[in-house]
Design a protein around this ligand. Structure first.
Ligand code: FES
Length: 281
């Protein structure tokens, strides 16, 4: 710099501090405001790990913000009535990516979807507060917050259902509970005759949960035990696929009594007890 100044017949060296030099585009605003008017040349210094002269130029930068507005509708119930702002964003980005092929080599285009539509929800309080505020604003602007405050719903209810708890409303709106087995009547005879009514009926669950807890082994051990003791004609063993107590397997049903977390020893003892009591009768 000293050499430059010494070679000049006369001149002024101005020193500028240039804030927000990259994404902030600080020099653009300074130029617009006339801060660089009257300069013959400009030399810039970029702090770095070494100080040296460098020729060349940098890329200019500009920003643009695009806002897209969609139309809400239920995604599952009536998607055809909605207009997705996100679809429009994606279409624009596809177009921009094709545009890259046709712009000068030095140019760059980058983009981001601000907050990505608010998803996924983030854990930092700033984002959560912004989302809460947005939800609160939506709620505050809603005129109707509950179905029973909606005059159209009230009119429909009165017209078609009459009074709350009317026979028709009960018939159409109320639900009933009934136990539903996942698999009905699928027991498979494993050992003993099919005349189960004359035998001691024993059912062992081989559904997935009980199987993982060792029911197959239980079945095998009971079958072997009955064979070794010539009792196979007195017991009808069936495999079933669920006793609906899946978290307490393996399960076995000995003539109507369900045994949970059933070990072979417990099952054998129960079977022997039932057979003895049948003989005693
Ligand atoms: S799987 Fe055995 S009780 Fe359901």
């Amino acid at each position: 710099m000293r050499a430059v100044v010494e070679d000049l017949a006369a001149g002024t060296v101005r020193y500028y501090g240039c804030p927000a030099e990259e994404t902030g585009a600080g020099k653009v605003f300074m130029a617009r405001a006339g801060a660089f008017d009257g300069l013959d040349a400009a030399i810039t210094w970029h702090p770095g790990s070494s100080i040296s002269a460098m020729r060349g130029s940098s890329l200019a930068i500009d920003h643009a913000t695009f806002r897209f507005f969609g139309k809400t509708s239920h995604a599952a119930g009536a998607p055809e009535l909605g207009r997705s702002a996100l679809d429009a964003v994606e279409l624009m980005n596809i177009g921009v990516n094709f545009l890259r092929e046709h712009i000068i080599e030095a140019a760059r285009i980058h983009y981001v979807i601000t907050n990505g539509g608010g998803q996924p929800l983030r854990a930092d309080m700033k984002a959560i507060r912004a989302r809460l505020k947005a939800l609160y604003d939506i709620d505050r602007d809603d005129e109707l917050r509950t179905a029973h405050a909606n005059p159209y719903i009230r009119e429909l209810y009165a017209r078609y259902l009459g009074e709350p708890l009317s026979h028709r409303s009960h018939e159409l709106l109320h639900t009933h509970y009934q136990s539903r087995k996942r698999i009905q009547d699928e027991d498979v005879l494993v050992s003993g005759s099919d005349e189960a009514q004359e035998k001691l009926p024993v059912t062992i669950c081989v559904g997935t949960s009980c199987f993982k807890r060792g029911s197959q082994q239980l079945l095998q051990e009971l079958t072997d035990f009955l064979k070794e003791n010539n009792l196979q004609d007195q017991v009808a063993i069936k495999a079933t696929f669920c006793h609906e107590r899946c978290d307490r397997g393996p399960t076995a049903n000995v003539d109507g009594t369900i045994m949970e977390k059933c070990s072979f020893e417990a099952l054998r003892a129960e079977v022997v007890k039932r057979l003895r009591s049948a003989v005693a009768k």
